[in-house]
Design a binder for this molecule. Structure first.
Ligand SMILES: *Cc1c(COP(=O)(O)O)cnc(C)c1O
Length: 366
């Protein structure tokens, strides 16, 4: 029998969350961002729930091929563009739209032989300083692209660094938005600015031709803990669940796990869960990280091991060997543990936990 751990991917939740992106940006089209293997859900598992998207955005060409293999014929956007000249051949063959963020990518396009011109999104570095042309270089790059027979339509793209928060006392987007508007004023082309955080918090100013909805599709909240999933009406697209495979009775002074990081003050019962950091559960989750046993909230105890972790059963006398454990997502009888709460307790973000679910965890679409 396999270990009892499994991840479930909920197609209905994905569809609901995609609908939330649409409701926030009713005049825009929606890219469902499925990079990093659909944020750890698996492209093939996520596709049934997200197929109502107007397009899919990702950055790995192999993932684009997998989407085409699922028979997706609509737009696919490579968010980082191509990594070497021959990638352009695959773009031509699979009709991939691609970002253009640097001069090298324009050089490669200029040398590329294609029957059908490419659809590209020219990326502006409006202040995040990751990818994109500086504002002063943007119009020249646009003109270069515009002159190429290899290029069909040119879209305009930028990415916010702080759409999830306040920055310098302002709303987190004002500075970049101003830089974007100045750099792109008067240029023709479809525009795409908003990630999930901007789509949720600033739709009026950022949700133009296309929004790029990533984390929100999966039910993760970009601005947790300021807001939670209930506030934005997002549902968990992933459940990570397992079972108790052991129970121990501790006496006062007994400790749990490696490093004896938790010591019992009073007699207590604990459960041992078949889930550890080799499954993708964060090793940094401290004692007190929320977890559900039989749908009831309790806490982790001590250090997370490779294959196991311990939970407090003091208040759960009816739970024991074989009890269902929800690490995050949907539990039994309508219970729910948002991934954001687990991530927050472990000092990280829901994005990282989703992406980190290990290959050894079987994933089932439900
Ligand atoms: C990942 C990514 C997104 C989606 O971000 P979320 O915060 O998950 O919505 C959008 N645009 C770009 C360029 C990205 O890399």
């Amino acid at each position: 029998m396999p270990r009892p751990i499994e991840a479930l991917v909920h197609a209905e939740a994905l569809a609901h969350n995609l609908g939330r992106a649409r409701a926030q940006a009713p005049n825009a089209r929606v890219w469902a961002v499925v990079k990093a293997n659909a944020y750890g859900h698996g492209i093939e598992n996520a596709y049934p729930g997200l197929r109502a998207a107007d397009g899919f955005a990702l950055l790995d060409l192999a993932e684009a091929q997998r989407l085409r293999a699922l028979d997706w014929r609509g737009p696919i956007l490579l968010l980082e563009g191509v990594f070497e000249p021959r990638d352009l051949e695959l773009c031509s063959r699979l009709k991939l739209w691609h970002a253009v963020h640097c001069e090298q990518q324009i050089d490669w396009l200029a040398m590329h032989k294609t029957h059908e011109p490419h659809r590209v999104f020219l990326k502006l570095n409006s202040g995040m300083n990751r990818l994109g042309f500086m504002p002063a270089a943007f119009r020249a790059a646009y003109a270069r692209l515009d002159a190429l027979p290899q290029v069909d339509e040119i879209g305009l793209m930028t990415h916010f660094s702080d759409a999830d928060a306040l920055r310098f006392g302002a709303d987190g987007i004002a500075q970049q938005l101003a830089a974007y508007e100045a750099a792109t004023e008067g240029l023709a082309g479809e525009r795409t600015l908003a990630n999930s955080a901007a789509t949720l918090r600033h739709p009026a100013r950022t949700a133009n031709d296309w929004v790029r909805a990533g984390i929100m599709c999966y039910g993760g909240v970009p601005d947790f803990p300021e807001h939670d999933a209930a506030h934005w009406d997002l549902r968990p697209a992933m459940t990570l669940r397992s079972r108790l495979i052991g129970v121990q009775q501790l006496q006062p002074g007994d400790s749990v796990g490696y490093g004896s990081a938790f010591t019992a003050e009073a007699a207590m019962r604990i459960g041992v869960v078949a889930c550890g950091y080799a499954d993708g559960y964060p090793r940094h989750a401290p004692t007190g990280t929320p977890i559900l046993v039989d749908g009831q909230r309790t806490r982790t105890l001590g250090r997370v091991s490779m294959d196991m972790l311990a939970v407090d059963l003091s208040a759960l006398p009816a739970s024991g060997f074989g009890s269902e454990v929800t690490l995050w997502g949907e539990g039994p009888r309508g219970s729910r543990l948002p991934i954001d709460e687990v991530a927050h307790a472990a000092g990280t973000i829901g994005y990282e936990l989703m992406c980190a679910v290990a290959p050894r965890v079987p994933v089932h679409s439900v």
